[in-house]
Write a protein that binds this ligand. Structure first.
Ligand SMILES: Cc1cc2nc3c(=O)[nH]c(=O)nc-3n(C[C@H](O)[C@H](O)[C@H](O)COP(=O)(O)O)c2cc1C
Length: 168
């Protein structure tokens, strides 16, 4: 069995989730940054990792997702917002639509710390007012991905592996 894990990560959060796949089945995972964007040919399935950029998978991961057709695909991502928020729901929905020409094996999303430089830009631009709610959320995000997220990610990949091997 072979799972290709292609991930896009600007500050390392999503890379940590990608690495959780390798912890579950080290010999069956090929971990590759999206810059190399290999086709999933020769693998049983591909897992695509993204960070959320303005409510969508980041452009590099998005482009890779668009290149997939007829593959078995799992998607995982990290975002600054609460993963149970309507914003996160929207990301999941959009990702599902992006992958509609494939067999979707599952999706995983968890919170990830937001680059402090980006937070500063948000504050200065005035487009994202620093409400108490937003401050609370950024404080929570700064702790993620945490050990629970990584455990959940390992469980997610275990489930994906089961689906691939069960389908053979
Ligand atoms: C330019 C930019 C745009 C972002 N847009 C969003 C967004 O729309 N929603 C959100 O929840 N998080 C957003 N984030 C936060 C990132 O998705 C989050 O910090 C993510 O965990 C970063 O992953 P990485 O460390 O793998 O790069 C944004 C971050 C950046 C840098």
């Amino acid at each position: 069995m072979s799972l290709l894990v292609v991930y896009s990560s600007r500050t390392g959060n999503t890379r940590k989730i990608a690495e959780a796949a390798q912890e579950v089945l080290p010999d069956d995972v090929v971990l590759v940054p999206v810059a190399e964007a290999p086709a999933p040919n020769g693998h049983d399935a591909v897992a695509v990792g993204y960070w959320v950029d303005r409510g969508r998978p980041d452009p590099k991961a998005l482009k890779y997702m668009e290149s997939l057709n007829g593959a078995k695909v799992a998607a995982f991502g990290t975002l600054g917002a609460d993963p149970n928020s309507p914003h996160a729901e929207d990301v999941l929905k959009h990702t599902e639509e992006l992958l509609q020409n494939n067999e979707l094996l599952g999706q995983f999303l968890c919170q990830g710390k937001v680059d402090p430089a980006v937070v500063e830009t948000m504050k200065r631009s005035g487009r994202h007012p620093m409400t108490p709610e937003r401050m609370d959320n950024l404080r929570e995000a700064s702790k993620h991905p945490d050990n629970t997220d990584l455990k959940n990610a390992r469980d997610f990949f275990r489930d994906v592996f089961e689906k691939i091997s069960g389908g053979k």
